[in-house]
Ligand binder design. Structure first.
Ligand SMILES: [Zn+2]
Ligand SMILES: [Zn+2]
Length: 198
C-alpha cells in the first residue's frame, strides 16, 4: 500500500489542488469580477465624459487602479490575478477612449449623412413621408401599408418612372392605390387607360 504521507504524493496533491483552485478562480470568479469592474469603470468614464473632465486620462487611470484595489480587497486575490485583471481593464479603457473618439468623429459627420437621407412622400396621400416597415413593407401615417422589395431610393425611382411614362401621353395626375388582396402598390389614371403595378 502506498504511504499517503509520501512527500512526492503530498506535493502532487497540493500542486493539483492549487492548480484546480487557480483554474476555478480564472474560469468562474474572474470573468464575473472582470465584468463587474468593467461596468464600474465604464460608468466612471461615462460620468467623466459627461462632465467634460476627461482631458486628464492619467488621473482617471490612477482612479481606476485605486478602484480595482478596493474591489479586490473583497476577493481572495493574488497579485498575479490582480495584474492580469488590471491589464485587461486598462486595455478596455484605451479601447473605450478610441471608440469614444470614433463616435465623436461620427457625430461630426452626422449632419452630412442625415442630409443625404432620403424622404419619399407617400404616393397615395402625397402628404406624409413613407417609412420602411420590416424588410419589404412600407407604411405611411395616412394609414396605408404596402409590400415592396425595393429600398427607398429605388422605390422613388420606380414611382418617378411611372409618372414620367404616363406624362408622355396624358396631362392628368396619376392615382396610386393599394390592391387589398396582395398589398401591392398600383397606379392608374382616371382619364386615360394607364394602369400599372409599381
Ligand atoms: Zn400616405
Ligand atoms: Zn392618364
Amino acid at each position: 500500500m502506498e504511504c499517503p504521507s509520501s512527500p512526492v504524493y503530498q506535493t502532487s496533491v497540493e500542486q493539483k489542488r492549487q492548480a484546480q483552485s487557480a483554474a476555478k478562480r480564472r474560469h468562474l470568479g474572474m470573468p464575473k469580477l472582470r465584468e463587474m469592474l468593467r461596468d464600474k469603470c465604464r460608468i466612471r468614464i461615462m460620468d467623466a465624459r459627461k462632465n467634460n473632465i476627461d482631458s486628464n486620462r492619467t488621473l482617471q487611470l490612477a482612479e481606476l487602479k485605486e478602484l480595482l484595489r478596493l474591489e479586490l480587497i473583497e476577493f481572495d486575490h493574488d497579485l498575479e490575478l490582480e495584474m492580469h485583471i488590471l491589464e485587461e481593464l486598462l486595455s478596455d479603457v484605451n479601447e473605450w477612449y478610441a471608440l469614444g473618439e470614433q463616435s465623436l468623429e461620427t457625430l461630426y459627420v452626422e449632419p452630412d449623412a442625415s442630409a443625404t437621407e432620403q424622404i419619399v412622400l407617400c404616393p397615395v396621400c402625397q402628404m406624409k413621408p413613407l417609412s420602411k416597415f420590416k424588410s419589404s413593407s412600407y407604411i405611411c401615417e395616412c394609414g396605408i401599408k404596402f409590400e415592396h422589395s425595393a429600398d427607398l431610393k429605388r422605390l422613388e425611382q420606380l414611382l418617378q418612372k411611372q409618372i414620367t411614362t404616363h406624362e408622355m401621353n396624358c396631362t392628368q395626375a396619376l392615382c396610386f392605390f393599394i390592391e387589398p388582396s396582395t398589398n401591392a402598390l398600383y397606379t392608374m389614371c382616371g382619364t386615360c387607360d394607364y394602369f400599372s403595378s409599381v
